[in-house]
Unconditional design. Structure first.
Length: 506
């Protein structure tokens, strides 16, 4: 009887979960701290809350919507991560630790120290957790100016800013060549920490280069190796490809880098479980499509810790935020994420730093999963579902702006930024009569759409028939065994009978 139960259990198991148990883990993403050591409660909010000697201002100790983060806000954010989920598998820290002040107020050493101050705080609160950092465009001096080759800057980040305590020896060696690295999160899953600041349109040093710091060549090699060794990949970086949803036509990378990068990640979208970025300070997402126009990858854009109001016209402030992801440890698939925030408006009146849940991605957006097809559906329904779009818009500022005004043009810019990563596609999308009502995947003229590969129906029938036959045979064997009163030791179908997960390497 025992083995019959085992067989039945196996069968139920195979049927219910397609042969794999979801091995769920959690990780944090935190980004864009922009630590301003000169923040003062007496400081003038119109000059970054820097003290001007007067006593006429009274800013909260946790920050001001016009200014960058005081250390108190940084400690508050990291402590909130610790109290909400103290044992994540790892932490992704996606850059920008330096304040938005004039270059003349900074120098190389101050930048290293600023970054180091944040490193220390993260390590202090999470001493036993792997922290994977990447560089933001403000983390260089002067800002944005990352050179196309190797430089002592990268080794200084490792030593002075103490990133050598976060990265392993192999990671650090690669990091010195251009601020990027690859690291194993667990035996099945790789993180590629990139330095996309090299592709930034405002970077004055790399625009003539075809492959700054050899990162694209290296990246392709990583993808190929991951493919061969059957690993999945999570990409983390500061600046995302594509366009800003709050400023029509502003693409972050210069066009040739954007084309190359998007082409490369599309080519390997089968092994890229997720892409995770910061930089925008707003809460948004992007959908990568394959050559036939089918959604094939997700880019998650997490909002900032700093509440600072952008100098770009029309772009406001945001509430300080941190994000907790749920993922499948085997495949890297993002299962859900939970957005937490500090309502700075309340903090200013109460002086209490109480972090709250803002939303859960899956249930709040009404998604069945966080895969790109489901997200595409949500993005396309923004036009017909004003309620859903309003939600997205509110989250876009981390609930800082509860009644955002967004006319039809504004809505188009949001939706087309989400669904198109290339400038030409974005422009086409903007000019379409109704981009969001068109569920037809659009294809590039020079390529013929290829049908999505899937298991044909007859194969499913064949497999099920075989499985059924095996089951019937098992029952017959079982009956015979029972009749003969023999002791039957079932095979070690270890793959199915012990679905215990390998823990992450921490
Ligand atoms: C930067 O410099 C400009 C002009 O010199 C000045 O107007 C501005 O207030 C400065 N910004 C900060 C944040 O100090
Ligand atoms: C803070 O202010 C002092 C005095 O004006 C200045 O020397 C220093 O560079 C500032 N530091 C930062 C990180 O802005
Ligand atoms: C930031 O780092 C510098 C250099 O290590 C140190 O002197 C300073 O005290 C640190 N500041 C804070 C607030 O930790
Ligand atoms: C980190 O690990 C050490 C050694 O195992 C342990 O003593 C310490 O309590 C841990 N700290 C935290 C915050 O988990
Ligand atoms: C890039 O090329 C242009 C035109 O040849 C030149 O003016 C510029 O100085 C170059 N920039 C760099 C960073 O080499
Ligand atoms: C939408 O709003 C923007 C910014 O407020 C404005 O410039 C534009 O003219 C408006 N467009 C329409 C079609 O109303
Ligand atoms: Zn930033």
């Amino acid at each position: 009887m025992q083995f019959l139960i085992i067989y039945l259990a196996c069968f139920a198991f195979i049927c219910s979960s397609n042969g794999s148990v979801v091995k769920k883990g959690y990780f944090w993403q935190v980004t864009d701290f922009h630590y301003d050591a000169n923040y003062s409660t007496n400081g003038n909010p119109n000059t970054m809350c820097h003290s001007d000697g007067g006593k006429s201002h009274s800013n909260s100790i946790y920050g001001n919507y016009l200014c960058d983060s005081p250390m108190k806000l940084i400690i508050s954010a990291i402590d909130a991560m610790q109290s909400i989920h103290p044992n994540p598998d790892f932490i992704f820290w996606t850059g920008d630790s330096v304040p938005h002040v004039n270059n003349s107020d900074l120098d190389q050493t101050k930048i290293y120290y600023n970054i180091g101050n944040v490193t220390e705080q993260l390590m202090k609160v999470f001493p036993n957790t792997s922290i994977y950092p990447v560089l933001g465009n403000h983390d260089e001096y002067p800002k944005d100016a990352f050179p196309p080759g190797a430089t002592s800057y990268y080794s200084d980040i490792l030593t002075v800013s103490q990133w050598s305590k976060l990265l392993g020896e192999n990671e650090a060696t690669v990091f010195k060549t251009g601020g990027y690295y690859s690291s194993l999160l667990n035996p099945n899953l790789l993180v590629l920490g990139l330095n996309t600041n090299l592709y930034y349109g405002f970077n004055p040093l790399t625009q003539n280069s075809t492959d700054p710091s050899g990162q694209l060549k290296w990246l392709e090699k990583q993808f190929k190796q991951a493919q061969i060794s059957q690993k999945k990949v999570i990409i983390i970086s500061h600046i995302p490809p594509g366009l800003f949803e709050l400023f029509s036509g502003l693409m972050w990378f210069s066009n040739n880098f954007n084309e190359k990068y998007v082409h490369l990640v599309s080519q390997y979208s089968g092994i890229i479980a997720a892409q995770i970025y910061g930089h925008e300070h707003t809460d948004s997402f992007r959908i990568l499509k394959d050559r036939s126009g089918t959604p094939s990858g997700m880019l998650f854009l997490s909002p900032a810790v700093t509440p600072w109001k952008s100098t770009l016209p029309g772009v406001g402030s945001n509430n300080p935020s941190i994000r907790l992801y749920e993922y499948n440890r085997d495949t890297g698939e993002i299962l859900d994420y939970h957005q937490y925030f500090l309502n700075l408006a309340t903090v200013i009146t109460t002086n209490k730093d109480i972090w709250q849940k803002e939303y859960d991605a899956k249930s709040d957006y009404g998604l069945t999963s966080l895969n790109p097809v489901d997200f595409m559906q949500a993005a396309q329904s923004f036009r017909n579902s004003p309620k859903l779009f309003k939600k997205y818009l509110q989250y876009n500022s981390v609930s800082q702006n509860l009644n955002p005004v967004c006319n039809d043009t504004c809505k188009r810019v949001h939706v087309c930024s989400i669904t198109e990563l290339r400038m030409s596609d974005f422009n086409d999308c903007l000019n379409k009569p109704n981009p969001t009502l068109n569920p037809e995947p659009h294809s590039h003229p020079h390529t013929t759409p290829r049908p999505k590969a899937h298991v044909p129906r007859y194969m499913v029938i064949v497999i099920c028939t075989l499985a059924g036959t095996v089951f019937v045979l098992a029952v017959i064997v079982a009956i015979i065994c029972i009749k003969k009163h023999t002791v039957f030791i079932p095979h070690q179908y270890s793959r199915f009978s012990s679905p215990v997960g390998k823990g992450p390497i921490n």
